[in-house]
Design a protein around this ligand. Structure first.
Ligand code: SF4
Length: 398
C-alpha cells in the first residue's frame, strides 16, 4: 500500500469566484415547483417549437405533467436535435475502479466508511497495468478511472501515476474521483487526463446534508459544486455533470442540473460538457430509495434535457437495463459504458473485493456494440476528436 506524505494530502479548497453556488442557493425548490405547476399545454407547445438552447421555464414545461401527452413529439424533436448536433456516433467507454476505500458516509453507496461486510482494496501499479491491458484487449480506448475518497490510500501521486499508466494504453483517460483542489486537477491534466466527472448527486442542500452525513469531505456541498470550475481552469477538456436520481425531487434536480450546465457553458465555453443521470435503485448499499424515478419519468426528463442542451454529450451507464438503453439510444445518447465492473481489480481476475452497486446491463461490450450498430449508429471505440485535437495542438507548436 502506498504511504501518503503531508504534501500529498489535500486541503479543502475555498470557494472561488465565479461560482455556481450563489445561483443555486437563490433557486429554492419552491421556485422549481412553481415553474412546473404553472406550466400549461400552451407552454409545452411553445417549448417544443423553441430553438435550443431552451430557457428554464421551457425545461420546466417539458418536465411538467402537462407535457405527458406530448412525449412522442418530444422524442422526435430530441432525436432530430441529437442527430443534427452529434451525428450517429456512440462512444464506448469503461470504468476502472482503483480503490473501494472511502472516508465518506454517503447513505446510498456500497463503499461508504464503516461497512464491514466488503473487502477493501486499492490496486497496486502492477494491478492497474494488468487491468488496463485487459480492457485494451477488449477493444476499449476510452477509460474512466473511479475510486472512493481516502487520501491515505490514494494520495495525489497515486492518482497521477494511475493516469500516466493508463494513458499509455488509452486515447482518453478521464477521472471520477472526489472534489479536488486546483493544483491536483493541474497535475492530473499534465499527466494526460482529459476529463473529469463529478456528479453533484443532489442539488437540494437539505437532501444533500441528509444523504452525506458525518464530517467526511463530501459533506461540503459548496466545495463539490465548484469542482468542475477548478477542473476547467486546470485545462480539463470534458466536464461530467449529473444528479443521482432518487434522492431529491427529480424535477428540481433536472432544473438545477440544467442551470449548472448553462452556467458552465457561459464561463467555460471551450470545454465539452457531458451529462449523466444515474438512477438509484433499491438495495444499492442496502439503501432503499423513497423517491424512485419511473421509466416514464426518466424518459421525459432525458428528452427535455436533450432538447434543452443540444451540445452536451449524454452518457448512459450500465445501471440502466438493456431495454432502456436500446430505446433511449436513438433519442440522444452519445456515450455508453459496457462490460463494467464496479470492483477494484474486477477485469483481469476474479475478485472478492466489494462492488459499489449492482450492474443491470451485464452484456459483454461486443454485444453492446452490436446493438448500437443494429440501431443504425456507429459504435466508436477510438476518440477521433481526441486525435484531431492532438494533431491540431502539434501543428500549433510547429
Ligand atoms: S459515493 Fe463516493 S464518496 Fe460516497 S461513500 Fe461512495 S465512494 Fe465514497
Amino acid at each position: 500500500m502506498l504511504s501518503s506524505s503531508p504534501a500529498s494530502r489535500f486541503t479543502s479548497s475555498a470557494v472561488e469566484a465565479p461560482s455556481f453556488f450563489p445561483e443555486i442557493a437563490a433557486f429554492p425548490r419552491e421556485e422549481a415547483f412553481r415553474l412546473v405547476r404553472e406550466a400549461t399545454e400552451a407552454d409545452v407547445r411553445r417549448a417544443l417549437a423553441a430553438e435550443a438552447p431552451l430557457e428554464a421555464r421551457d425545461v420546466a414545461a417539458l418536465i411538467s405533467p402537462a407535457a405527458r401527452p406530448h412525449l412522442e413529439a418530444l422524442a422526435q424533436r430530441a432525436h432530430a436535435v441529437s442527430v443534427q448536433r452529434h451525428g450517429r456516433v456512440v462512444v464506448l467507454y469503461v470504468p476502472l475502479y482503483l480503490s473501494n476505500f472511502c472516508v465518506n458516509h454517503c447513505i446510498y453507496c456500497g463503499f461508504k466508511a464503516g461497512i464491514k461486510r466488503i473487502r477493501r482494496e486499492t490496486l497496486t501499479r502492477d494491478q492497474i497495468e494488468r487491468e488496463a491491458a485487459r480492457l485494451r484487449d477488449m477493444g476499449f480506448r476510452h477509460l474512466l478511472l473511479v475510486s472512493g475518497e481516502d487520501h491515505d490510500e490514494m494520495p495525489l501521486e497515486y492518482m497521477v501515476d494511475a493516469v500516466r499508466i493508463c494513458r499509455r494504453s488509452f486515447d482518453s483517460v478521464a477521472i471520477e474521483f472526489e472534489s479536488l483542489p486546483a493544483h491536483a486537477y493541474e497535475a492530473l491534466v499534465e499527466a494526460g487526463c482529459d476529463g473529469m466527472t463529478l456528479y453533484q448527486e443532489t442539488y437540494d442542500r437539505d437532501v444533500y446534508k441528509w444523504a452525506h452525513p458525518g464530517k467526511g469531505p463530501k459533506s461540503n456541498f459548496a466545495n463539490r459544486i465548484d469542482a468542475p470550475d477548478r477542473a476547467a481552469r486546470a485545462g480539463m477538456r470534458t466536464l461530467g455533470l449529473g444528479a443521482l436520481l432518487g434522492l431529491g425531487d427529480w424535477r428540481f434536480e433536472v432544473l438545477a442540473l440544467y442551470m449548472h450546465a448553462r452556467y458552465l457553458m457561459r464561463h467555460f465555453w471551450q470545454t465539452r460538457l457531458s451529462l449523466g443521470f444515474p438512477r438509484l435503485r433499491n438495495e444499492t448499499g442496502g439503501f432503499q430509495t423513497k423517491r424512485p424515478v419511473s421509466d416514464r419519468q426518466f424518459v421525459q426528463l432525458f428528452l427535455a434535457l436533450r432538447m434543452a442542451l443540444p451540445d452536451a454529450e449524454f452518457v448512459l451507464s450500465t445501471r440502466e437495463s438493456p431495454f432502456m438503453r436500446r430505446h433511449l439510444l436513438p433519442l440522444g445518447v452519445n456515450r455508453v459504458s459496457a462490460g463494467s465492473k464496479t470492483t477494484p481489480g474486477g477485469y483481469a481476475n476474479e475478485t472478492d473485493a466489494g462492488a459499489q452497486f449492482e450492474i443491470v446491463d451485464e452484456r459483454p461490450p461486443r454485444e453492446v456494440a452490436e446493438m448500437i450498430a443494429e440501431l443504425g449508429y456507429e459504435p466508436v471505440w477510438k476518440d477521433w476528436d481526441h486525435g484531431f485535437h492532438d494533431a491540431m495542438s502539434g501543428l500549433a507548436h510547429q
